[in-house]
Design a protein around this ligand. Structure first.
Ligand code: 3PG
Ligand code: MG
Length: 402
């Protein structure tokens, strides 16, 4: 038995299904500019419609801090969702109270309504009982489908699961299944690629990963801090010098746990942080004092490729270099393509997510080739930290209660 219920365990016909989705999508000039999260949520919405449910969608958008902010209305999302579903979507100007109740009451089986931004009410983020009660009044069932918001112990994520019969939606189920395959019961050897600017923002993550993975590949600005901690001269490179002790501790933990940490043996050193800045590849021990490290070098890439070729599972978070500015996207592109090739060849299971990662993989043109790319940013990072996300715990607790 799985530890949480899914849509297979619910009979939603004729029921009001409150579905927590994450429609916190990029918007430009009042229109949705990247509908990926809406498309992913549509799987659950379509299934519930087909089964005759009355689908009531709940989401946050932005951080309005408990007040009504016109620019953070979900109204434009309703239009985008209508286009994706090919079906009308009713919109209520508020997520609780008379207007929401009237909108929900008017739904026939198979119809869909989207309610206004949950975070216009302070009770959402406060996980307030009265607010959760007001939401729960609108539904007979709760479908939790926002993995990317599961790190928030908010009313629509956690409170509702304590009030209504609860199941994971298909997106939540897909995310949890792939993440478990990658880190909880992976085929080994298991590698993690972790990049990005700062060690300080990924401390807990690195600390957890070195205890779980066989190979940890560190790139991006944070690799500089590790190199500095080991006594290398890194010139003008981005570096958190005050984190050197912490970096050394992480390396010690890794050694004790039998995790092989790979730092670049050669790097691309440039004179400025700008497109096509003059640059050359040097050994990590020979970074000129006036230069900054912006990418990993070819020798490092060859080593990393060889190591990944032996691995069966790879978790990826963050870029290896300054991928936004050419030609310093080279290392990220090459290694991401390698993981994509290994995945296509059936040699590796690859799971990526968090923050800049999707942008970096999209830039490398490999998003479709990874086994799974998570829709989550912060939630993916907290999951890599080994935390139990409140939204996932709520799903498990709901089973115990049922
Ligand atoms: C996200 O976009 O990462 C999620 O929707 C969570 O948003 P939040 O960081 O504002 O809680
Ligand atoms: Mg976020």
């Amino acid at each position: 038995m799985t530890s949480y219920r899914t849509l297979d365990d619910l009979d939603p016909a004729g029921q009001r299904a409150l579905v927590r989705v994450d429609f916190n999508v990029p918007m430009k000039d009042g229109r949705v500019s990247d509908a990926s999260r809406i498309e992913r949520a549509a799987v659950t919405i379509r299934e519930l419609r087909d089964k005759g449910a009355r689908v009531v969608l709940l989401s946050h958008f932005g951080r309005p801090k408990g007040k009504r902010v016109a620019e953070m209305s979900l109204k434009p999302v309703a239009a985008s969702l209508e286009a994706i579903l090919g079906h009308p979507v009713a919109f209520a100007d508020d997520c609780i109270g008379p207007e929401a109740e009237a909108t929900v009451a008017a739904l026939a089986n198979g119809e869909v309504a989207l309610l206004e931004n949950l975070r216009f009410h302070p009770g959402e983020e406060a996980n307030d009982d009265a607010f959760s009660d007001a939401l729960a009044k609108l539904g007979d069932l709760f479908v939790s489908d926002a993995f990317s918001a599961a790190h928030r112990a908010h009313a629509s994520v956690e409170g509702l699961a304590r009030r209504l019969p609860t199941a994971a939606g298909r997106l939540m189920e897909t995310e949890l299944t792939h993440l478990a395959q990658a880190l909880e019961r992976p085929e080994r050897p298991l590698a993690a690629v972790v990049g990005g600017a700062k060690v300080s923002s990924k401390l807990a993550l690195l600390d957890n990963l070195v205890q779980k993975v066989d190979v940890l590949i560190i790139g991006g600005g944070m690799a500089n801090t590790f190199l500095y901690a080991q006594g290398y001269e890194i010139g003008k490179s981005l570096c958190e010098k005050e984190m050197a002790g912490t970096a050394r501790q992480i390396l010690e933990t890794a050694e004790a746990a039998g995790c092989d940490v790979l730092l670049p043996s050669d790097v691309v050193a440039a004179e400025a942080f700008s497109v096509n800045a003059p640059h050359r590849t040097v050994a990590t021990s020979e970074v000129p004092a006036e230069s900054m490290i912006l990418d990993v070098g070819l020798e490092s890439l060859a080593t990393l490729k060889a190591r990944l070729a032996d691995c069966r599972t790879c978790v990826w978070n963050g870029p290896l270099g300054a991928f936004e500015i050419a030609p310093f996207d080279h290392g990220t592109n090459v290694l991401a393509k390698e993981v994509a090739d290994l995945t296509r060849a059936g040699k590796i299971l690859s799971v990526a997510g968090g923050g800049d990662t999707v942008a970096a993989l999209a830039h490398a043109g490999v998003v479709e080739d990874f086994s799974y790319v998570s829709a989550a940013g912060g939630a993916f990072l907290e999951w890599l930290e080994g935390k139990t996300l409140p939204g996932v715990r709520a799903l498990r607790d709901a089973v115990v209660k049922a």
